[in-house]
Design a protein around this ligand. Structure first.
Ligand code: FAD
Length: 504
């Protein structure tokens, strides 16, 4: 094989996960790493989602790195542009730019068992790495459903995560497809400009008010002068969410009173009983992500908005047909239909020790030891891997726990010395996932009577963590070597035999 550039660690992706991994590697004294990013800038989610109204639904003081507090968040729930700017500052502050290779989409990563390293093919060249940290994001590849006749639509079509800013919405007949977290932010932001806005709703979401306000100058000054005050604020936001977890994971019946609050939120804005009926979910709150908006229902009550209680079934030229047969004319379709989550696209590009792709290994459902390591994929860690998602708190907490695990992983490899790789033992992966799935049985996500993007094609919940963030933090504090097989290169391995037989 031709000699390629070799690095100790290759991080894929430069969102919160990839940038966080880069900071953590530097803190561990590792500078021999690259960050491979397919786009031309950092930010991931917060670079790609620039739709009108895009904002976080976790308060900013919690939705940020604990090691990079920002006393100057402008709002309690900051908008996309502020979060993106924050990530740009993190990149500069921690000196990450020299490590980042933009426009370097990873096409394939193949484990070389003889050399104990990954061969990484990108659109801009090939390199090798001892360890891969895959931080390609759970919500980074937009999904547009296959709608018969969509190709006959004469107007403009785009996904919420790839907003067409060149398309003027003023006076347009817009069809918004989907009612997830993005759609409910988009609808109130574009309704005033739209000539007519038709919302195709397959399932109504539960929506709670969002108490968003500007953070005052006095608060910001306090946080700058007394960093402890910002830490306390973060701690409070975190603690409240930790206390809610039991209701989601063990006692979904306790969520009944939250449903009543959500209904009151709807009733305040929606006076028409027929529309209220359309918008009222028939599943337990929390089963799908609880959405936060104080503007969504008021926007739906405006005279230029129609709600069609049925998903988009067919397109016939400029006529859109819903599942219930309702027809609507449109010149613009915006898909707020989510992402490839349980069929993570990067998995098709990763080839493990036995020649199978990660997608093939995950055919029966994604699973990884402590959300990070899949058996047969040595020295390959996923950030926000299987069952690390949250229904009610900040993903940055989970990412930071996974970074602790990464740091210990690297330390363990150092302690082992020489050339070594860790491969999660299938038994350990099974035991971890059995525990996760056992706990999942009682959760609102599995019992609440809905189908959601948390579930895979077989109805298995491979996305959400069924516990508190502190439990996950404890579970990822250390790498337990008993859960891994230690691989070593060997003369036999170098000669082409299966190096796994030469394990010490
Ligand atoms: C609109 C929206 C709102 C959200 N709001 C919240 C919220 O309020 N609270 C919350 O906790 N979470 C929220 N999330 C979830 C959010 O995705 C995570 O919080 C977090 O930003 C994920 O970071 P990440 O680095 O793992 O992934 P991403 O931010 O998606 O970054 C992944 C990066 O990998 C790159 N990449 C992908 N494939 C390749 C490849 N083959 N080669 C090279 N590079 C590649 C992408 O270009 C991207 O830059 C939201 C998500 C979206 C889409």
């Amino acid at each position: 094989m031709a000699e390629h550039e070799h690095v100790r660690v290759a991080v894929v992706g430069s969102g919160f996960g990839g940038l966080g991994a880069a900071v953590r590697l530097r803190r561990e004294g590792i500078t021999d790493f690259v960050v491979l990013e397919r786009a031309g800038g950092v930010g991931g989610t917060w670079r790609d989602n620039s739709y009108p109204g895009c904002a976080c639904d976790v308060p900013s003081h919690l939705y940020s790195f604990s090691f990079a507090p920002n006393p100057d968040w402008p709002r309690t729930f900051s908008g996309q542009e502020h979060i993106r700017a924050y990530l740009e500052r993190v990149t500069d502050l921690f000196g990450l730019r020299p490590h980042i290779r933009f426009d370097s989409e990873v096409k394939r990563m193949t484990w070389d068992g003889a050399e104990l390293r990954w061969v990484i093919e990108t659109v801009s060249g090939t390199l090798t790495a001892d360890l891969v940290v895959s931080a390609t994001g759970p919500l980074s590849d937009p999904k547009i459903p296959e709608i018969p006749g969509l190709d006959t639509f004469p107007g403009t079509v785009f996904h919420s995560a790839r907003w067409d800013h060149g398309h003027d919405l003023r006076g347009r007949r817009i069809a918004m497809v989907g009612t997830g977290a993005s759609a409910i932010q988009i609808v109130p932001a574009i309704q005033p400009r739209a000539g007519r806005l038709v919302l195709f709703q397959r399932t109504p979401p539960w929506v709670m008010p969002r108490v968003d306000r500007a953070i005052t100058g006095a608060e910001r000054r306090l946080h700058r002068a007394l960093p402890l005050s910002a830490r306390l604020r973060r701690g409070l936001l975190w603690g409240v969410r930790e206390l809610q977890v039991q209701a989601f994971t063990k006692h979904p019946e306790e969520l009944g009173f939250v449903e009543r609050l959500a209904k009151r939120n709807m009733a305040r804005a929606i006076k028409d009983p027929a529309l209220r009926a359309k918008l009222t979910p028939d599943y337990r709150i929390g089963c799908k992500r609880i959405l936060l908006s104080s503007e969504y229902y008021p926007a739906l009550a405006r005279p230029n908005v129609d709600v069609v209680a049925g998903g988009l079934r067919e397109v016939r030229g400029s006529t859109l047909v819903a599942a219930d047969g309702t027809e609507a004319e449109a010149d613009t379709i915006v898909f707020g239909t989510g992402f490839h989550v349980t069929d993570m696209p990067i998995a098709e590009r990763v080839v493990g020790a036995d020649g199978r792709t990660l997608a093939e290994a995950w055919k029966g459902g994604m699973e990884a030891l402590r959300g990070a390591s899949a058996a047969g994929f040595p020295n390959f860690m996923t950030v926000i891997g299987p069952n690390t998602g949250l229904g009610n708190s900040s993903m940055i907490l989970m990412i930071e726990s996974q970074l602790n695990y990464l740091a210990d992983y690297v330390r363990q490899l150092d302690v082992l010395g020489g050339r070594a790789a860790l491969d999660a033992r299938p038994r350990a992966v099974r035991a971890w996932n059995d525990r996760v799935q056992q706990r999942m049985r009682r959760t609102v996500w599995n019992t609440g009577g809905c189908t959601s993007w948390y579930l895979d094609a077989d109805g298995r919940n491979t996305t959400v963590w069924p516990g508190t963030t502190s439990e996950f933090r404890r579970a990822t504090r250390r790498v337990d070597l008993a859960e891994y097989e230690v691989l070593r290169p060997s003369a036999a391995g170098a000669a082409g035999a299966d190096p796994r037989e030469a394990t010490v």
